[in-house]
Design a binder for this molecule. Structure first.
Ligand SMILES: C[S@@+](CC[C@H](N)C(=O)[O-])C[C@H]1O[C@@H](n2cnc3c(N)ncnc32)[C@H](O)[C@@H]1O
Length: 284
C-alpha cells in the first residue's frame, strides 16, 4: 500500500487539509434525504431495506478504498452495492437462502469500476459456523478482521422476513426481550470480527406495541456498549423515503395518535460505534 500524502483519519480517505471540499458528507446528527437513490441496481424493492445514501455516508466517513466491509444482515445488498461503487471489498451475511441468492446476483450485476470483490455468506449471523466462513473470506482478502461493520437487523417483528420456519430469523421471535437478547449475540460476534480502532454502524428503529413505545434502538445500543463498543454518535434519520415513511395510512395514524396519546414514528436511528484500540502492554 502506498504511503498517504495527506492528513486523514486512520479509518477514512478524507483529506483533512481540504476539509471544506466535502459538502455532501454529513457531520450533523439529523439526516434528511429528499428521496431514495434508485440509480443502477438500487431497485428499492425489498421491504425493509435502508436507503443507499445511508450506506454511502457511512462508507465515505468510516472506510477507505480497498477496505473490507462486513454486513451482518445483508438483505438485498444495499451496502455491498455501494461498496462496489465506492471501491470497497465486502462480505455480507444473509439468513434466507433465496434472499442471499438474489442479493448476490444484484451485487454481481453492479458495475465494478474499482475491481473489488464481494462474498455473500448464507447463514445466521449469530452462528459460529457462519463466523468461520467469514474468517475464511477475510483470509481471502488477506485480513484477519473487517474494517467496517454494518448491523441493520429486523426491527424485532415489525416486518417478518420469513414465516417462522427458520428459528434463527431475528424477526420471528416470541418477544421483544428475546429479540434484544439475540441481537446482543450478533453485536458481540461483530465486535470480534472487527479490527480495533474501526467502526460499526447500527441502523434500527423503535416500535409501538400494546399502548407503549418500545425503545428497541436504545436497548440494542446498550447491547453494543456491553459488547465493548464505544458509542460515537446517535444520528436521527427522517424515515421519508422508506416504506414506513410513505404515509399510506397517515390519517388513520394521526387519529390513533390523538386518541391514544403518542407520536407517530417519523425517524429511525443510525448509531456509530468504535471498537477501542488495543492498549499497549504496560512495561514492567
Ligand atoms: C432490515 S433487513 C436488512 C436490509 C438491508 N440493509 C438492505 O438494505 O437490503 C434484515 C435482514 O436480516 C435477515 N436476517 C434475519 N435474521 C438473521 C440472522 N440471524 N442472520 C442473518 N440475517 C438475518 C433478514 O432475512 C433480512 O433480510
Amino acid at each position: 500500500m502506498s504511503p498517504r500524502t495527506h492528513k486523514s483519519p486512520a479509518y477514512s480517505d478524507i483529506n483533512l487539509s481540504n476539509w471544506k471540499d466535502y459538502p455532501d458528507i454529513m457531520t450533523d446528527s439529523l439526516w434528511q434525504f429528499p428521496s431514495r437513490d434508485r440509480s443502477g441496481t438500487h431497485v428499492g424493492d425489498y421491504h425493509g431495506n435502508f436507503i443507499p445514501q445511508v450506506a454511502q455516508q457511512i462508507l465515505l466517513r468510516y472506510s477507505k478504498a480497498g477496505d473490507v466491509v462486513l454486513d451482518m444482515f445483508l438483505g438485498m445488498g444495499t451496502s455491498m452495492i455501494e461498496c462496489r461503487r465506492l471501491g470497497r471489498n465486502g462480505i455480507g451475511i444473509e439468513l434466507l437462502p433465496e434472499i442471499a441468492e438474489r442479493s448476490n446476483a444484484r451485487i454481481e450485476a453492479t458495475e465494478n469500476p474499482h475491481d473489488v470483490r464481494t462474498v455473500v455468506v448464507n447463514g445466521s449471523s449469530a452462528d459460529a459456523e457462519t463466523h468461520r466462513k467469514v474468517r475464511t473470506a477475510l483470509q481471502g482478502f488477506s485480513r484477519a478482521e473487517a474494517d467496517l461493520v454494518f448491523l441493520h437487523p429486523p426491527y424485532s417483528d415489525i416486518i417478518r422476513f420469513s414465516n417462522g420456519e427458520n428459528p434463527d430469523d431475528l424477526s420471528t421471535v416470541e418477544s421483544d426481550e428475546e429479540f434484544v437478547e439475540r441481537f446482543g449475540e450478533v453485536a458481540r460476534a461483530s465486535f470480534d470480527l472487527l479490527a480495533p480502532g474501526r467502526f460499526m454502524a447500527l441502523v434500527i428503529g423503535d416500535k409501538y406495541a400494546k399502548g407503549e413505545w418500545v425503545p428497541l434502538g436504545f436497548q440494542c445500543m446498550q447491547e453494543c456498549t456491553q459488547a465493548g463498543y464505544l458509542l460515537k454518535s446517535i444520528v436521527v434519520k427522517d424515515i421519508n423515503g422508506n416504506e414506513r415513511g410513505k404515509g399510506k395510512n397517515a390519517n388513520l395514524w394521526k387519529y390513533r395518535a390523538l386518541k391514544d396519546g403518542y407520536y407517530v414514528f417519523k425517524h429511525e436511528y443510525v448509531m456509530l460505534f468504535q471498537k477501542p484500540q488495543l492498549k499497549a502492554k504496560a512495561r514492567r
